[in-house]
Design a protein around this ligand. Sequence first.
Ligand SMILES: [Zn+2]
Length: 244
Amino acid sequence: MIAMRSTEGFLASQEDPRVFYEPGAENSAHVISSALPSSIERVEEAQYGVFVIPVKVYICATVKSYARFTGQEKSGGDTTVAKKIFISPKPENTSQRLPFVLTHELSHLHLGQRLNLYQFTGRPTWFTEGLAVFVSGGGGAESVSEAEAARSILAGQHLDPNDSHTVFSHDTASHFDLQPHMFYRQAAMFIAYLKEKNPDGFRLFISDVEKGKLFKTAVEDSFRTDLNSIWHGFVNSLSKDQKK
Ligand SMILES: [Zn+2]
């Protein structure tokens, strides 16, 4: 199984023992080591708790190697079911972008750290990706602005949070006929709305999902309503913004 491949060819960073890299990825290892403490802090604050498993970040020197460990070569980073973060050396991952990719992946790791394989992969992609983009301040949705995403939603081109497609389906952005960054940006804006509307409910919601509560039950217990109603409120708030 891909996720169980041995990572013993990676070297431990002298700067941070939680960071490992393949020869050739020294620069990225330096950037990731410098960013790691503040990225961890940000995720622990935004997702209401400390990491309960050791954080391990692996930086690949080639896209081929990245694909060997993650099973795909397009993304900038990936958090595997073995609870290891892999960082791709693809050209889009500049020194400037890497800390955002790191925080995005740490959000996934935090969300899944206590969960088994079934629970880890069983939550809707709009939720896990939206949260990761939201917590990282835009990591993974850089090419689409909030204004563009709002226009798309109001024009009827948007995700549907009631759709139960999960990471098991291959490409949820294309399922909704959206570009990946558009899908991620819309999801992040919906997550921000959930938090803004009901901060206490949001905190309970994240904690429940992290404990492995069934997603639908966590929504109902935390927000006392269903996703459909919340989504309608969200779209209304966008149309009000546009009229301002
Ligand atoms: Zn992600």
